[in-house]
Design a protein around this ligand. Structure first.
Ligand code: PXP
Length: 259
């Protein structure tokens, strides 16, 4: 199973000071040294972390494939087609959101032409979708070869059940009783597993990500039909305390143990 390291938060830290460090490119070389398979960056419309310059330097110098997450937007499409990363993952984007909420709207009128533009430029096009058979069938009908399942709901349920998150001011509005939470978590994990299997049977390459951490990753990594996990926040949070190399290798180990 591949680990795609999302390095957005290196740029989030830099933007807190609006200076030139830390540089996301330095993280790419550390990641390479410990065998990270893929680097993921999100070029947001509001440029809150990654900027075009970051994309340009990472795509030019990284020794491994680059996956750019982005919204359906003609200006972004133009920038990315010029830079030609290995893969683009189309995600929904709302200006006010803290992070990507929910999967892509597969009925978006510009989705098909955007996918075709990337494919014509030799860039792999992936769709970030909510689990479910209907979404998989729609994705396949749109002509993509790769989809990424949104693990956000699973992750939020996991944290609500298994951590002190439920006591935190940022807690989410889920049922409080552990048995109800557990039932929802099981259901959400099952939905991920069934979707991964169904997608694999349809000939799609199945990836997953969002909100996974060192405790929850094993349950998802165990799903054999998944070939790639994209993880950022948990690794960068740990990296601040123990260093990036250790944070990455701890996550690689957690994934390896589950497979
Ligand atoms: N996959 C996609 C499509 C995302 O948008 C994100 C967040 O940018 C991630 C994975 C990684 O999520 P997290 O930072 O919560 O690990």
């Amino acid at each position: 199973m591949r680990l795609g390291l999302n390095i957005d938060h290196i740029a989030t830290l830099r933007e807190a000071r609006k200076i030139h460090e830390p540089d996301p490119l330095e993280a790419v070389f550390i990641a390479k040294n410990v065998g990270v398979d893929l680097i993921t960056l999100h070029l947001r419309e509001d440029r809150r972390h990654i900027h075009e310059d970051d994309l340009r330097s990472v795509i030019k110098h990284a020794p491994m494939p680059i996956n750019v997450e982005c919204a359906i937007d003609p200006q972004i499409t133009k920038i990315i087609c010029n830079l030609r990363p290995f893969k683009v993952t189309l995600v929904p984007e709302k200006r006010a959101e803290i992070t990507t909420e929910g999967g892509l709207n597969l009925e978006h009128p510009q989705l098909l032409p955007t996918i075709q533009t990337y494919l014509e430029h030799g860039i792999e096009a992936a769709l970030f979708i909510d689990p479910g058979l209907e979404n998989l069938e729609r994705a396949r009908a749109l002509g993509v070869r790769v989809v990424e399942l949104h693990t956000g709901r699973f992750s939020n349920l996991f944290n609500s059940l298994h951590s002190n998150f439920k006591h935190h001011k940022n807690r989410l509005d889920f049922p409080q009783e552990p048995s109800s939470l557990k039932a929802l978590l099981d259901e959400s994990l099952q939905e991920l597993e069934q979707s991964a299997l169904a997608g694999e049977k349809m000939g799609l390459e199945m990836c997953a990500g969002h909100g996974l951490n060192y405790f929850s990753v094993g349950l998802v990594a165990r799903i054999r039909a998944l070939q790639e996990l994209n993880i950022g926040h948990a690794i960068m949070s740990r990296a601040i305390l123990v260093g990036l190399e250790r944070a990455i290798t701890d996550m690689q180990e957690a994934i390896r143990r589950a497979r």
